[in-house]
Design a protein around this ligand. Structure first.
Ligand code: HEM
Length: 407
């Protein structure tokens, strides 16, 4: 076999986190599996191989391999749906699936749509708004209600979730700062999420019901609850903010959504392809495997670069770096992962994004950038902390049109 390709790119330094794309291009050019000497892990930077690995869970396991450090894999992630394999994974995932299935989501359409219309109206009222604040408001209101946790836990959960994503990364300064916060979040969930505190008809209530029915064990309840708290908020907030920001930079494409609101979901997927909110996740190699010409041994780890896969010209063509709402099948991206661990929350993420983008398109004629945004810097998450935009309001808001239609 030829010598294995390797690279010493500082993938998790602040500069790289702010703009990883030149490094991703370098890695894709180097090979389909590139050994990252700084982190002791194989980067998988191209779409095709990353997708194939996601669909080969018997060779590339999640248990003990999702994060880059041992404390994160054993202390923070142990027992979670994300970091379990085979039968245990199926058992845990089944509890979440019922709550997140498309048919359950359909029951939420009216309330989520009404929330989006109201929040957009409030946020754009003065002609300028922060897209990240709008997305945060929308997602936190929706998810807190679904989770069934007391309102006072909201701020704590948001801080803890961002720290959890930092902890997935290598042992750098960011990781060191986040590890105690993420550990406290786990302890906090054990205290705050109990049969007495959660609403019965809620995601958390359904977890305790599954314990009581004998479908999962008591010890599985809190790790399973952490899947909701960590996975459902930042990801969707960043994805929706990015989609709005891209539409502000591409007025013609915002006009298309105004003409045809069915473009809203493709716009969301295109934003996720271009700027994956979770840039990468790991897997543990459980038996000798070849990625193209490169041999990987059991016990080694791969790092699936979802953010790089979305820019891979071999998969997306020469305009891979361009935002295009009309791109064919943009939803093939890997920003939601793939295979058995494919994001369980896609219908909910889509529902919220569609509602916000449609409400913006209905209520605003123009959307433009208005000042310098602030970036989130996190070992895993990518997106905007603050995204100031300006709008021109449409003369008739949806509420006004509804009144006109049904006087
Ligand atoms: C734009 C929004 C979102 C993005 C980009 C996203 C991304 C992802 C990714 C990449 C994975 C796969 C992890 C892997 O490779 O192992 C994942 C898994 C997961 N996501 Fe999402 N997610 C989003 C929204 C949500 C929402 C709203 C929920 C709702 C609870 C959710 C719940 C989950 C769960 C439970 C898993 C674990 C699935 C498993 O291991 O079987 N996600 N997500």
């Amino acid at each position: 076999m030829p010598a294995a390709p390797s690279s010493d790119v500082p993938l998790f330094d602040d500069r790289a986190l702010a703009d990883p794309y030149p490094l991703y291009a370098q890695l894709r050019e180097t090979g389909p599996a590139v050994y990252l000497t700084r982190y002791g892990v194989w980067a998988i930077p191209r779409h095709r191989e990353a997708e194939a690995i996601l669909h080969t869970p018997d060779t590339y396991g999640s248990e003990g391999g999702v994060a880059l450090t041992e404390p994160a894999n054993t202390r923070i992630l142990a027992g979670t749906v994300l970091a379990s394999d085979a039968e245990q994974h199926i058992r845990l995932r089944r509890v979440l699936s019922a709550q997140l299935a498309p048919r359950t989501m359909r029951r939420l359409v009216a309330v989520v749509t009404a929330r989006a219309e109201r929040l957009v109206e409030e946020h754009v009222a003065d002609g300028g708004f922060d897209a990240a604040a709008l997305a945060r408001h929308m997602v936190c209101d929706t998810v807190m209600e679904l989770m069934g946790l007391p309102e006072e836990t909201r701020a704590y959960l948001l801080t803890g979730a961002a720290a959890t994503f930092d902890v997935f990364g290598p042992d750098n300064e960011r990781y060191q700062r986040a590890l105690p916060v993420a550990s406290r979040m786990v302890a906090f969930l054990h205290e705050a999420v109990t049969r007495d505190t959660v609403a019965p008809e809620s995601w958390m209530g359904a977890i305790f019901q599954a314990v009581d029915d004998g479908r999962i064990e008591e010890k599985d309840a809190i790790p399973l609850a952490s899947a909701y708290t960590a996975a459902s908020m930042d990801t969707t907030i960043l994805g929706i903010t990015e989609a709005i920001a891209q539409l502000a930079r591409h007025p013609q494409q915002f006009a298309w959504i105004r003409q045809d609101p069915t473009c809203a979901t493709p716009a969301f997927h295109e934003a996720l392809r271009l700027e994956a909110p979770i840039q990468g996740f790991g897997r543990m190699v459980t038996e000798t495997a070849d990625v193209d010409d490169t041999r990987l041994e059991a016990g080694e780890q791969v790092w699936l670069l979802y953010g790089s896969a979305g820019r891979d010209r071999l998969a997306w063509g020469p305009d891979a770096d361009v935002f295009n709402v009309r791109r064919r099948r943009a939803d093939r991206h890997l920003a939601f992962g793939g295979g058995p661990h494919l994001c369980a929350g896609i219908p909910l993420a889509e529902l919220q994004a569609r509602a916000v983008l449609r409400a913006l398109a209905a209520q605003c004629t123009n959307l433009t950038t208005a000042g310098e945004p602030d970036r989130v810097l996190n070992n895993l998450l990518r997106g905007w902390e603050r995204m100031p935009l300006a709008v021109k309001r449409a003369s008739a808001t949806p509420a006004m049109r509804a009144q006109a239609d049904h006087p």
